[in-house]
Design a protein around this ligand. Structure first.
Ligand SMILES: *[C@@H]1O[C@H](CO)[C@@H](O)[C@H](O)[C@H]1NC(C)=O
Ligand SMILES: *[C@@H]1O[C@H](CO)[C@@H](O)[C@H](O)[C@H]1NC(C)=O
Ligand SMILES: *[C@@H]1O[C@H](CO)[C@@H](O)[C@H](O)[C@H]1NC(C)=O
Ligand SMILES: *[C@@H]1O[C@H](CO)[C@@H](O)[C@H](O)[C@H]1NC(C)=O
Ligand SMILES: *[C@@H]1O[C@H](CO)[C@@H](O)[C@H](O)[C@H]1NC(C)=O
Length: 415
């Protein structure tokens, strides 16, 4: 039954990913990269991590300014969190191609911006007035702009992907006292304390015992970090394998659980794809990525060696998200890839030769086909299954079964 569940879960993940890759995305950094005259604005979109937010959205308009028009946006007037608010004001959550702009009914409209959506903008601040003047000139004004502020004028359309993305150049940054207001720095977070308080005390211990890893993750947490921490039972179950890793391997597998970008639970539940990790960045020429997919309300991580599900939210507040997961993730760079749907070997006379001689052959011979997790266990109990039973909430398993049954039914129909 364990094995069946695992296989069905893999099928579900593959189906979700296939659906996800069908939707083509765009890359605002790349689009603006073709226009060096906006390089400063482009750089700020990356530094404030808004580029990722833009790429994940559809039906959106980005108002950009040329390098020579940046004004107070260049030269370190604002802290990064304040810059983020100002730039959010320049991202309208509706599509305004040049044609639509010039056909505005009554020549006037108000559009919501990402600043408004962020929840940081009180009242109607965060809206942008778009006005068409006599003679065809179009101007943009933040709703809360001072009366004395002159509007920003539409200059030209830089890029349009109809109904998805419009990039328009305007003459100068929008002026908005609310967006420009100093942002209080986030309360300092003690990672060890945060993880220890809920679900992940053992993982916190592993991080704390590796100073380089800890400081790398700690330094990333203020600029966008999603940490998947295996629950205590999962760490216990994995310890025999962990202890076997070299110092480099240990560092890599800990960093593997940290994704240098902030993903809200909502986003994880509605998007699928591959994520890079801090291990990707710190181990040269190694991939160290894995697939994130969702199935109804559950989020699955699949490394191709094993898979884990998100069991609880420890913290979810931009720029830091910490989620408890059911298993210790095993990178394909360090462990043998599971043959997903390989037929189970006959119980007697193992035809498939394991690469290393095992001191105890009885447990290996009796183990199910999923030998990557079973054969290495000292006591013959598949380490992952221990974690499964101890950590996974029954409701999550139940959902897997339901979803898997749906897929099975679909496959039966197709056959
Ligand atoms: C977007 O494009 C930039 C520049 O070409 C590149 O460095 C970055 O990795 C791309 N981002 C994604 C998510 O593909
Ligand atoms: C924006 O438009 C609204 C409604 O048309 C108007 O009441 C408001 O004064 C305008 N704000 C600015 C700053 O132009
Ligand atoms: C973080 O919390 C841990 C455990 O409570 C404590 O040992 C450590 O000194 C704290 N670190 C900082 C920098 O406050
Ligand atoms: C962790 O980062 C905070 C800043 O967010 C810093 O104050 C603290 O000293 C760092 N702790 C360690 C152990 O590097
Ligand atoms: C640890 O490594 C040794 C030698 O490679 C191997 O025999 C043993 O099965 C490994 N133990 C685990 C738990 O992976």
């Amino acid at each position: 039954m364990e094995l069946l569940l695992r296989r069905l879960a893999v099928v579900v993940a593959v189906v979700a990913l296939t659906a996800a890759t069908a939707a083509e995305g765009y890359n605002i950094t790349k689009i603006l990269g073709d226009h060096p005259e906006y390089s400063q604005f482009n750089k700020l979109l990356t530094e404030t991590r808004l580029a990722g937010d833009i790429n994940r959205r559809r039906t959106i308009t980005v108002l950009v300014v040329a390098n020579g028009d940046m004004g107070a946006l260049s030269g370190g007037h604002y802290t990064l969190p304040t810059l983020r608010h100002i730039l959010e004001m320049h991202i309208l959550v509706d599509y305004y191609g040049a044609k639509k702009l010039h056909q505005l009914a009554r020549g006037d409209t108000a559009s919501s911006s990402m600043f408004q959506e962020s929840g940081s903008a009180p009242g109607t601040t965060g809206y942008v007035n778009i006005t068409q003047h006599r003679g065809g000139r179009v101007s943009f004004t933040a709703e809360d702009a001072a009366d004395s502020a002159t509007p920003s004028s539409f200059v030209k359309s830089v890029k349009e992907i109809p109904y998805d993305l419009a990039v328009l150049q305007i003459s100068k940054p929008l002026s908005s006292p609310e967006a420009e207001a100093p942002v209080a720095p986030p309360a300092p977070v003690n990672l060890t304390e945060l993880l220890s308080k809920k679900y992940c005390k053992n993982f916190a211990g592993l991080l704390a015992s590796n100073a380089d890893v800890y400081s790398n993750i700690n330094a990333t947490k203020d600029n966008g970090l999603t940490l998947f921490c295996p629950v205590d039972a999962a760490v216990d179950a994995f310890m025999p394998k962990y202890k076997n890793l070299t110092a480099k391997g240990k560092a890599a597998i800990l960093l593997y659980h940290a994704v240098p970008d902030y993903y809200s639970l909502q986003l994880l539940k509605s998007n699928s794809g591959k994520v890079s990790t801090l291990a990707t960045a710190s181990v040269a020429k190694k991939d160290y990525s894995y697939d994130v997919s969702n199935d109804r309300d559950s989020v699955l991580l699949d490394t191709k060696v094993n898979s884990a599900s998100v069991t609880a939210t420890v913290k979810d507040a931009d720029p830091l998200a910490v989620y408890a997961i059911s298993k210790f993730l095993q990178p394909k760079e360090l462990f043998k890839v599971t043959e997903d749907l390989a037929p189970a070997p006959a119980p007697e006379g193992p035809k498939k030769k394991t690469k290393k001689k095992k001191p105890s052959t009885t447990s290996a011979a009796a183990a199910p086909s999923d030998d990557s997790s079973a054969a290495d266990s000292p006591d013959g109990t598949p380490a992952d299954d221990v974690a499964d039973k101890a950590a996974a909430a029954p409701s999550v398993l139940a959902r897997w079964v339901t979803a898997a049954a749906t897929v099975a039914a679909a496959l039966a129909l197709a056959a």
